[in-house]
Design a protein around this ligand. Structure first.
Ligand SMILES: [Zn+2]
Ligand SMILES: [Zn+2]
Length: 314
């Protein structure tokens, strides 16, 4: 069995796609194609990997107009496999219609000149084997075998051609980014923020909350112990007009819900269409404090939260 360390979409904070990718793929006719990200990324820490994958998804949806991140999966230099379109979905990465119809696409999160770590190679091979074990024909190639491109780079391509040899590595920590609480909003529920109002986004979906940090009122996360936390939220906002602003902020509250202070806030500018944005900070949360994700709407009209995710990690 392929030994992958899977980071699911909800864990890396995937934007739930409005138009799901086509399921029309027959990988038993193709196999698995290896790609690379294509820009030099350097020796990035694992704490950045979720961000990298979210950035690729944002670029593919907003920049390219595709239904979702183009790849079936991405693998970081630490050996973790990020769920992309995943099994039984046609890809948009392979460059030609026949290649997208019958080959899965696995992307290494490296670019020209980046070191191919043993963990990365191990993770790619395990992911390719994972797809082989689930219906893909037992073939592997590089993007350049379908299409005129440098991808996946000479070093990675020659490794694929040599049969993906790997050195033994100790398995990565199953979840070095300790996601303590991951909350979401139901897809059917819109949350208005009235003209001039500040609203805490309410979360009714608990994707992950093993320690019961999600408070009963729906909008707060209350850590069990004081300390430094990585606090992250994503939001899809409708109705913000071009050039107008909203403020996104994390706020600190007492255990009765009373507002104490803004922990971290940033403004976002509308571009006249649905705004996909987010906020991240690493900050101290003292004992007996709850945090919320709030939208401050200074405009003389309502804006609407269509979707949001709120996450606490260490
Ligand atoms: Zn490629
Ligand atoms: Zn990583």
């Amino acid at each position: 069995m392929a030994d992958i360390r899977l980071v699911k979409r909800v864990q890396w904070g995937a934007n739930p796609t409005q138009t799901p990718a086509s399921r029309d793929i027959d990988p038993s006719r193709g196999g698995v194609t290896v790609h690379y990200e294509g820009t030099r990324l350097g020796d990035y820490p694992h704490s950045r990997c979720d961000d990298l994958v979210r950035g690729i998804q944002r670029f593919h949806i907003d920049g390219r107009g595709w239904a979702d991140i183009a790849y079936s999966a991405c693998v970081c230099r630490h050996g973790h496999t990020y769920e992309g379109r995943w099994l039984n979905h046609r890809t948009a990465a392979n460059g030609t219609t026949p290649a997208n119809d019958s080959w899965y696409a696995v992307c290494a999160l490296v670019g020209p000149g980046d070191t191919l770590t043993d963990e990365l190679l191990h993770g790619i091979r395990a992911t390719v084997e994972y797809f082989w074990e689930r219906g893909a024909r037992r073939r592997v190639n590089g993007h350049r075998d379908h299409f005129s491109t440098d991808c996946p780079g000479d070093a990675l391509y020659s490794w694929v051609r040599r049969g993906m040899p790997v050195a033994p590595v100790s398995p990565p920590d199953p979840d070095p980014v300790r996601r303590l609480c991951v909350l979401g909003t139901p897809s059917s529920e819109l949350q208005p923020v009235a003209a001039g109002a500040t609203e805490s986004v309410e979360y009714r979906v608990e994707h992950l909350d093993p320690d019961g940090m999600h408070s009963a009122n729906g909008s707060s996360i209350r850590p069990k112990t004081p300390g430094d936390y990585s606090i992250w939220a994503r939001v899809t906002l409708d109705g913000l007009r071009r050039g107008d602003r909203v403020r996104l902020r994390f706020s600190r509250h007492d255990t009765a819900g009373g507002f104490i202070e803004e922990l971290h806030g940033e403004e976002r500018v509308g571009h006249g269409a649905t705004l996909h944005t987010g906020l991240h900070t690493i900050d101290r949360i003292p004992a007996d404090r709850m945090i919320r994700f709030q939208i401050v709407n200074p405009n003389p009209y309502e804006v609407t939260v269509r979707e949001s995710q709120f996450r606490l990690a260490r």
